[in-house]
Design a protein around this ligand. Structure first.
Ligand SMILES: Cc1cc2nc3c(=O)[nH]c(=O)nc-3n(C[C@H](O)[C@H](O)[C@H](O)COP(=O)(O)O)c2cc1C
Length: 209
């Protein structure tokens, strides 16, 4: 059964642009994959915590040597890694926060970067273990950071996501950015703003992606 992992990280609820776009993606994906399974993971209501010394100790302990306390420290990370490994395809809603990803998204990244599960070192070189997956990132930013724009070099979202997902083995990545969402705060019509973004998602499915 094809499985899609759908992750949102915007706290803006119904006002969120990235959530509107992932919802459209999920709708199109379901139509293209009748009988497929969707795993919904909302990072704004997931009890993610920053990495601690004890957590690192547990993550680098052999599975059969873990204490009950260490197992419990790793429980959420194990669950998030299992979702990542189970799905064939991913869609992420990512707001730009201070030129990068929101803290909740970074905490998710810190939780799924697990030695022996999502990456390994082979002969001293890193090797991604999450292979054969496809990832789509639907990004929303208040300003415009497109190639050639004056602020392009301040966009750390796409380069960071490419680097991290490449590190764990996800190299089939697709990025769509809705830049200039600040216009919505100044009276721009939401449906008109979203229309070309929604159309771009539908077009990808129409051409079989
Ligand atoms: C805490 C915070 C930080 C932000 N930082 C940036 C930024 O660095 N650059 C930018 O263009 N927009 C920034 N924005 C605007 C958001 O990127 C914009 O509102 C976007 O639409 C958020 O995604 P969402 O609509 O899915 O919530 C920021 C917004 C917030 C709340």
């Amino acid at each position: 059964m094809p499985t899609l992992l759908h992750i949102d990280s915007s706290p803006a609820g119904d006002h969120s642009v990235s959530r509107a776009l992932t919802a459209e993606f999920v709708k199109s994906w379901k139509a293209a994959n009748p009988g497929g399974k969707v795993i919904d993971r909302d990072l704004t209501s997931t009890a993610l915590v920053p990495v601690t010394g004890a957590w690192i100790g547990a993550a680098y302990t052999a599975p059969d040597a873990l204490t009950p306390e260490q197992k419990s420290l790793l429980a959420l990370s194990d669950e998030l890694v299992a979702e990542l490994l189970e799905a064939d395809e991913y869609v992420f809603g990512v707001p730009m926060y201070n030129f990068s990803v929101p803290a909740a998204f970074k905490l998710w990244i810190d939780s799924v970067a697990r030695v022996g599960k999502t990456f390994a070192y082979v002969d001293g070189a890193p090797k991604g273990l999450v292979t054969g997956k496809k990832a789509t990132f639907l990004i929303a930013s208040g300003g415009d950071y497109g190639p050639g724009s004056p602020a392009a070099s301040y966009n750390f979202v796409e380069p960071y996501l490419k680097a991290f997902f490449g590190f764990i083995g996800v190299t089939d990545t697709h990025f769509q950015t809705a830049g200039g969402t600040a216009a919505l705060n100044y009276g721009a019509d939401r449906a008109t703003f979203l229309a070309p973004q929604v159309e771009a998602i539908r077009a990808k499915f129409a051409e079989g992606k």
